[in-house]
Design a protein around this ligand. Structure first.
Ligand code: HEM
Length: 417
């Protein structure tokens, strides 16, 4: 049943999903459970100047709408901030905010960049890099896991795939963080826009450089690719590089951090992982479901249609909540229990349908390698202070996680210093 204002209880109305603080101040697990049970298509009223939008919380409808690129478009934005602002300036150029044939063509070009050959190279690098970083971090004992490990791996991986000089990674990381979410509760939206433009400028320079001096990297492949007989423009390339960085950095980082945090609390699951009682594959999938770093994505309706017993009108904003779908008790048995051997585990963490995450394979490799290194190099770990949560209405997770590792000397013996 769809619900408008009059039928919705006060506690639900009190949660403003646009406000980044809402996620830190409310029991969101209870909120989502109630929406799934009572208001699976819920109309979030406008707040001040901010327009209203539909909130879809059950797994079945989230999947159905992700798949539906006939009645829903991504070209007017695919995240709350752009949908609410009325559109995305990269529409029709950046894959995630492009529909139809142009999207398919761009995606095919980008998929070539993710060819087995390119990925095999990156896989090796992820493994070596992860083992090296974790070995050093664990030997050091205490530190901030975000800064020491989780910030470094995803960005290095994508940077390496694209052909970003390693010396530029730190600067790109700062810009990426500023453009998506913030450590500060009241970050001005302009700061995000500035950071976003700086990333685009950075890639414009790099594209010009690769056109002049081709290398064996994805950026060079893109400069040599065509869509419909036309070479990709600089702007096409820049937007899509940007989308790889944005799509692949913070999401993977937050998942790794949530994984470590969770393992400090779920000691039995840590024991099972370390003892080899659970597969790395099922453990990886469960941490992806558990962390759900991208809480939601969204679309705009192209036509009137019915869903979850309610009526969506053309031009309405429709938001799909992965974070709720991944805890839907209609699909997942005991969804609030972490079970590293959970199977099946068809979570919606990477979306679904035509825009299904292009980097899912890489993200899985990164997380699996981290789990593998972790279980070999440390006997256990604990928090040494309060973690800090990010402020965002798109992503969830932590920006600071102080931990102390106990080294497993036997496991570390083979790793270089
Ligand atoms: C799309 C999540 C890692 C690149 C998506 C979508 C989701 C998602 C939910 C669908 C968006 C939509 O339907 O509008 C995640 C999560 C990740 C992750 C949770 C890590 C845990 C990565 C990585 C890369 C990447 C590592 C790149 C190397 C992309 C791109 C798209 C996308 C380019 C757009 C695909 C398209 O529109 O066809 N991601 N992602 N992601 N992701 Fe990821």
């Amino acid at each position: 049943m769809s619900t408008r204002l009059a039928e919705v209880p006060e506690e639900i109305l009190a949660v403003n999903l646009v406000d980044t603080k809402a996620y830190l101040e409310n029991d969101m697990g209870a909120y989502w459970r109630r929406l799934r049970d009572e208001h699976p298509l819920y109309w979030h009223e406008p707040v001040g100047e901010t327009p209203g939008f539909w909130v879809v919380s059950r797994y079945a409808e989230v999947m159905k709408l992700y798949r539906d690129d006939k009645r829903l478009t991504s070209e007017k934005g695919n995240v709350l901030v752009t949908l609410l602002a009325g559109g995305d300036s990269a529409a029709g150029q950046m894959m995630a905010v492009t529909d139809g044939k142009r999207h398919k063509d761009l995606r095919n070009v980008m998929l070539r960049a993710f060819s087995p050959r390119a990925l095999a190279k990156v896989n090796e690098l992820v493994r070596a890099n992860t083992r090296d970083l974790l070995a050093r971090t664990i030997r050091k004992g205490t530190g901030d896991f975000v800064k020491d490990v989780a910030s470094v791996i995803p960005l290095t991986t994508i940077g390496n795939l694209l052909g970003v000089p390693p010396a530029d990674n730190a600067e790109l990381l700062e810009l990426t963080k500023a453009s998506l979410s913030s450590d500060e509760p009241d970050q001005a939206p302009e700061e995000a826009w500035v950071a976003r433009n700086e990333i685009l400028l950075y890639f414009s320079d790099l594209v010009a450089e690769r056109r002049a001096n081709p290398q064996d990297d994805v950026l060079t492949t893109l400069t040599q690719s065509e869509v419909d007989g036309e070479p990709l423009s600089d702007q096409d390339i820049v937007f899509n590089c940007y989308s790889l960085i944005l799509g692949g950095d913070e999401t993977s980082r937050l998942t790794m951090v949530e994984t470590i945090y969770t393992l400090t609390r779920e000691l039995e699951q840590w024991r099972r992982l370390r003892a080899g009682e659970v597969d790395l594959e099922t453990a990886t999938e469960e941490f992806l479901r558990w962390a759900s770093p991208a809480m939601n994505f969204g679309r705009r309706a192209l036509v009137d249609f019915e869903v979850a017993g309610g009526q969506v009108k053309a031009d309405d904003i429709v938001t799909l909540w992965n974070v709720s779908a991944n805890r839907d008790e209609r699909v997942f048995e005991r969804p609030d229990v972490l079970d590293l051997s959970r199977s099946p585990n068809k979570h919606v963490t990477f979306g679904y349908g035509p825009h299904f995450c292009l980097g899912a394979f890489l993200a899985r490799v990164e997380l699996r390698e981290m789990l593998d290194a972790l279980r070999s190099f440390t006997t256990g770990f604990e928090l040494t202070g309060e973690p800090r949560r990010i402020h965002s209405n798109l992503m969830q997770g932590m920006s600071y996680l102080p931990v102390r590792f106990t080294p497993d000397e036997a496991g570390l013996a083979g790793e270089g210093r």
